[in-house]
Design a binder for this molecule. Sequence first.
Ligand code: CA
Length: 732
Amino acid sequence: MKRLVSALGVSLFAIAACETGMIPVSAPDTAQTQVPQDGALVATQDQYKAAIKAAQPGDTLILANGIWTDFDLVVEGLGTADAPITVRAETPGEVILSGQSSLRLAGEHLVVSGLVFKDGSTPLNEVISFRKDSKTLANNSRVTQTVIENYSNPDRTQRDMWVVMYGRNNEFDHNHISGKLNSGPTMAVRLNGEESQQNSHHIHHNYFGPRPVFGSNGGETFRIGTSQYSLTQSNSLVENNFFDRCSGEVEIISNKSGGNTYRGNTFYESRGTLTLRHGNGTLVENNLFDGNGARYTGGVRVINAQQTIKNNYFKDLTGIRFSGALVVMNGVPDSPINRYHQVDEAMISGNTFDNVSSIELGEGSDAERSAVPINSSFQNNVVIGAGETTPFNLYDDLSGMAFSSNIAAQTPPDSLAYGFASGSLEAANGAGASGEFGVAREATGVSWYPKAPYGSPFEGGQTVNVQPGTNAIFDAAAAASAGDTLLLAPGTYTEAKTITLTKPLTIKAATSTKPLIQFERRNLFLLSGSGSLRLSGVEVTGELAPDNVGNSFLAATPRGGGGNHTLEISDSDFRDFTVNRSFAIVTAEKGTFFDKVAVSSSSFSDISGAAFKMDSETDDFGIYNIEHLLITDSQFSRVRGGAASIYRGGRDESTFGPLIEVETTSFEDIGARSGTTMKLHGVQNLRFYANTTIDSPPVEFIITTGKPNTIVEGNRVIGPENSAFLSTKDLR
Ligand code: CA
């Protein structure tokens, strides 16, 4: 970090933050208004209803500590600027709203503080809403120091939003919002109605915790406006928020209105970009985009007119295309309201791009998006690419963008060279960002509720020794806690019951002798909720399974709540899954999602169905079942239904995945039933390296949307004659 410090002259506070591993940043805020301490204690929902009805300006209602189940909390009243009506927790963090609870505000000068929503989901369209109904809105009101954690609808396709701001002059600050899994933006500002426009909301010092990959459009963390009202001003100020691994889809933030300011926010390991999707005249300044090298991390995507991007720090961002560190899109001539308006008068100045993979200009250029950026400038920026060559990619005519006084470490493209001098972070000649950027994680959210940990969910638990026998794994798994490891002694494990996993668990051989696992039910494992499995060093047979259609070793099921699952298989052998004609190893049922399936040094032989069956989302809604399928150093033989089947339908450009990487793996006599070694429909990232097919048909790759990244190198085909490794069908 010394380089950053010396180059930018950041404050002592920022230096201290850097040294502890967190990034940069402006000082913690000290300006929050005090929530009143005296008031009337209410202990039941009926008491609350009576008390709020009678509340006068200046009154404070105190919710008693404890769990409030199915609480339809409506805070309605008319406070004044000097004497608001306050509803607060007796002790911040000890008033839990669970089950089917929600919060609605309606009226003037209301304050809500200190609540925790967890262990449930909202029965409404929102968890927290700044209105009671479409006619009764809240203005000049505030929600602060409130937590919403893992309050997802168990049906991941059910759409809701956790926080929606209506009305005007509302404040949302120091809240902790984390772990949304189901469809719909985590938070939105809505402008549908005159009384919610030119709203000047202030959204600051919030902690937006991890938003896992959603696997479809609708996974935004924050949205302001909609395309319908996008030419209306919102004038919201979004500052000093921390976006921690907010990776639901290609838009971290979808800005769809005018006149907003994004200032001093930190985006950490968040996939996608702050997208200026619709609306004009938005300012993006003093933000920190720190990808920390994580996949698909990006910065700002620019569309529309009068957008200003200045004095931001973009760091260690690996994203390309729609997820570049900076993406300036082409527009559609005379665009309809919901398509791409031309970039006009964009000002991009004084930013530092430090170790970024790409800056995409004229992105999206095609027959429809043919309107190139005009009247725009790119000046006084420092550009340090991650590779040996320039990070700039030009997709169209950039003569409508003036380049001046920039510094670049790598030689820029010829057509931009006039606007650059050679340099570095240390020799920036006054170009680039200066001052402070972003906000420290600790300065956001609340101090009394833990922020999401970093690191693997499989770690941090106990190790339990398990002896062979009947239902030994079932019993040990039932007794285990999240993150535990079951160590299997050599011998035979016969499981007569299906093991439903709702927590991350590791199951591995205690010695180098592979224990044998056999099972008598249709599935050995069912994953739901937070269920994930790491399996290592075992032999598994399907011989004892019943003759049922749809058997699999492991299935993800939507019953019990749909989380993002991880499955890791290493050094294991699967054989004899032939008892009926569609026996799979892993199945994703409709409405389930695997963040990752990773297989290494394993074998799969004599399987009647598809080994990895991830094709249940066939509605063509852009929803799919798996984000990453990674296979290395493995062998597949006699897999009749193909080694994998992945289906991502729909034609929207809202997701990075699915991604499939297969390396140094062999496929022999595959696809007797499916006619393909793998079927990959709508996959967006594809890498096949040094694999071998033997007497097997080609991998079938069907392109339906986007511009997939495809790397197919060093693969060998042994029989039948004239057979290809990959066959591509383009349906765009
Ligand atoms: Ca979106």
